[in-house]
Design a protein around this ligand. Structure first.
Ligand code: OAD
Length: 261
């Protein structure tokens, strides 16, 4: 990775080790190495699907079957994906008592699959479907088949229980995320362009509450020049592997994630 040599990694590990109570905020970039495309950038989902036509609540209410073209692709891709070294590394950091919680904007469930226990899903999860007319909920696997449009018992098209543009963040994850941001000593911001509100406020809340902000991203973001204290420029898996090596220098390989996941 290009992390400016080992200096920034060592400094980041020193801060993590000293303060212990770190929280991670993750975005689509952490799942890119699991084969799930991010949203922005040349390979991103929004080059294929205009978010105004496919990712707003208004678009879903107007033409849910059209929005399901994109949703079906997302569920298929996410359903076939496995956690990568970055997800597993974060779970290992939680097991070591370094990371206390993960706030994720992702809806793929890969942090839980990797063994992270305290995961705050800020934008929901593709695992559940909800009827926007009668509010009945279903596990996605019970109602959705690849390429199909899932229907509620009441006959309406179901929506995944994820946050579309134009929807509010559910109050519980929003409260939990802000509480974690205010209380943490270090915020690890991993694989997010930090362009979507209100998730992009979390680093500022942490910083204003006294946390050190460590960003892991191969690119610059709006946070890099001001909110970020240390920017590890590289892929999430490389950066987290290097951090784990610094934090447990005797180990050949990073500690494995808790079993049973
Ligand atoms: P973006 O697609 O906006 O940003 C992904 C970020 O990951 C970029 O900054 C990349 O540089 C970085 N990246 C790419 N590969 C990486 C790697 N291997 N390791 C680390 N970083 C990498 O995705 P988000 O910021 O997550 O919301 O997007 C936020 C929200 O916008 C999503 O939750 C979704 C979307 O619209 C809703 O749909 C409501």
């Amino acid at each position: 990775m290009r992390a400016g040599g080992s200096g920034p990694v060592r400094e980041a590990a020193r801060i993590l080790d000293g303060r212990r109570n770190a929280v991670a905020l993750t975005g689509a970039g952490i799942s890119v190495e699991s084969g799930i495309p991010s949203f922005r950038g040349t390979q991103g989902m929004w080059t294929k699907y205009d978010p105004m036509e496919y990712a707003t609540l208004h678009a879903f209410m107007r033409s849910p079957r059209k929005v399901w073209e994109m949703l079906s692709e997302m569920i298929s891709v996410c359903g076939g994906a496995a956690p990568n070294a970055a997800h597993k590394g974060l779970a290992a950091l939680e097991e070591m008592g370094v990371v206390r919680a993960v706030i994720t904007q992702n809806v793929d469930g890969l942090h839980q699959a990797a063994g992270s226990r305290r995961v705050i899903e800020y934008h929901g999860n593709l695992d559940e479907l909800i009827c926007v007319h009668c509010w009945k909920r279903y596990p996605t696997r019970d109602r959705w088949t690849p390429g199909g449009v899932p229907l509620c018992d009441c006959g309406e098209v179901l929506k995944p229980n994820v946050v579309l543009f134009g929807e509010s963040i559910p109050w519980l994850p929003q409260e939990q995320a802000e509480e974690e941001a205010r209380a943490c000593g270090v915020l690890l911001v991993i694989g997010t362009s930090a362009q979507v509100s209100p998730a992009c406020d979390i680093p500022r809340i942490a910083k204003e509450s006294g946390a050190a902000v460590i960003e892991i991203n191969p690119e610059e973001t709006s946070l890099s020049g001001n909110v970020t204290d240390i920017h590890l420029r590289g892929s999430a898996s490389d950066a987290i592997r290097l951090l784990l090596k610094e934090l447990s220098p005797g180990d050949e390989a990073p500690p494995s994630a808790p079993s049973g996941h």
